[in-house]
Design a protein around this ligand. Sequence first.
Ligand code: T46
Length: 131
Amino acid sequence: MLGQIINFKRLGDERGGLVAVEAERSVPFEIQRVYYIFGTKEGVERGFHAHKELRQVAVAISGSCEMILDDAALVETVALDAPDKGILIEPGIWHYMRNFSADCVLLVFADAHYDESDYIRSYEEFKGLGK
Ligand code: T46
């Protein structure tokens, strides 16, 4: 597996669902940033980069999408389709997202603040790094 699945504990009861995410417990790092992707238009695919150092965990807390992970040798598709199912995206993994449902809210926990210089946005450059 290129991306480790993280199953968050469901703490919900008869009133409804609840998931708690704790740094260094439910995700394997100290969380420095949280962002979310929502209202993605039909047919849109986004991502298409790898990170040099950033570690992230993504979870579709509403709706669903697919996360495609690629290490330049293997390609893997992971369905993010439950609010208690996360995927750990390690550095050096090319990834993109597709098939967003209209109600998809993709929540991402990251171990560093935003830094554009951490992105590899060229697939050719990414493939070259593995050689
Ligand atoms: C990733 C996938 C899963 C910021 O200014 N701060 C931020 O924290 C983020 C995430 C983005 N931005 C800016 C950078 C761009 O101008 O927001 C704009 C859209 O970001 P981007 O095109 O990188 O979005 P995605 O969906 O292609 O990728 C995002 C994350 O950037 C990326 O780290 O792994 O989601």
